[in-house]
Design a binder for this molecule. Structure first.
Ligand code: DX5
Ligand code: ZN
Length: 219
C-alpha cells in the first residue's frame, strides 16, 4: 500500500506553545509542517509571518511547506526561502507571471507549488508549465481558515493523478477539512500528501496515532 505523507497545518497548533507543538509532531513522525501565510487581502485573515518560520526552523529537520495565500507572492519568495521554507506554493487564481514565480522559487532551491481554490479548475494552468511544478495543492475548503467542513474535490484530485502519470515527481497535496474519514476519500482519489490542522492538533498526546489514521496504516 502507498505510504501517504502527512503535513501538520500549524494554524491549528497551540500557539502559546508553538515550539513544543513542532517538537511533539516531529517526535510523532510527521512528514511536513504546513505554514499558511495570509495577507488579509487575498483571504480575509492574518496568520504567520517569516519570523515564525525563521525562529522555529532550528527545532526540526522536517520539511517546511509554505502556502502563500497572498495577492503578491512575488514579494514573499525570497523572504520565505531565507526564513527556511523547503517548498513555496502560490495560488492559481492570481494573474502573476507563473513562469517567473516558479523560476524564482527554484532559484532559491525550494520546491514550487500551485494551489487551487475549490472553484478553480486545473485547466487555468498552461499544460507546458506542469513539467516545472513540484506540488499541486488542491484546497478542499475555502482558503484562509482552519476548522471548516471538507468539500469533495475527488474529480480534481483524479485529474491531478493523471498529470502525475506524466510527471511522476508531482506531489498531489490535499488541504482542508482532512480527518480520518475524509482522508480515505482524498487518498482513494489519488492524493499523495494530506494536510491536516484541526483533526491532527485536536488529538493532544496522541499525535502518532492520529498521523497513522490519516496515512491509513490500519486499512
Ligand atoms: C486553509 C488552510 C489549511 C487549514 C487546514 O486556508 O490552507 O491549511 O489550516 O486546517 P483544517 O485541517 O482545520 O481544515
Ligand atoms: Zn494551507
Amino acid at each position: 500500500m502507498v505510504n501517504h505523507a502527512i503535513a501538520a497545518s500549524l494554524m491549528a497548533a497551540d500557539l502559546t506553545h508553538l515550539g513544543d507543538e513542532i517538537a511533539a509532531m516531529t517526535h510523532a513522525g510527521i512528514d511536513a509542517f504546513h505554514w499558511d501565510i495570509t495577507d488579509g487581502h487575498f483571504v480575509p485573515n492574518l496568520n504567520f509571518g517569516p519570523d515564525h518560520i525563521k525562529q522555529t526552523r532550528s527545532l526540526t529537520p522536517v520539511y517546511f511547506d509554505v502556502h502563500l495565500m497572498v495577492s503578491k507572492p512575488e514579494h514573499w519568495i525570497d523572504i520565505m526561502a531565507g526564513a527556511g521554507a523547503d517548498a513555496i506554493s502560490f495560488h492559481a487564481e492570481l494573474s502573476s507571471d507563473r513562469t517567473t514565480l516558479i523560476k524564482n522559487i527554484h532559484d532559491r532551491d525550494c520546491d514550487a507549488g500551485i494551489a487551487f481554490n475549490p472553484e478553480t479548475p486545473l485547466s487555468v494552468i498552461d499544460l507546458k508549465l506542469w513539467q516545472n511544478i513540484d506540488r499541486i495543492i488542491i484546497m478542499t475548503v475555502k482558503p484562509g481558515f482552519g476548522g471548516q467542513g471538507f468539500m469533495d474535490q475527488s474529480e480534481k484530485i483524479r485529474q491531478a493523478a493523471t498529470l502525475k502519470e506524466k510527471y511522476p515527481h508531482l506531489q498531489i497535496v490535499v488541504d482542508g477539512g482532512i480527518n480520518a474519514t475524509t482522508a480515505i476519500k482524498a487518498r482513494q482519489a489519488g492524493a499523495t500528501t494530506l494536510v491536516s490542522g484541526s483533526f491532527l492538533f485536536g488529538q493532544k498526546n496522541n499525535y502518532e496515532a492520529a498521523i497513522g489514521q490519516l496515512r491509513g496504516d490500519a486499512s
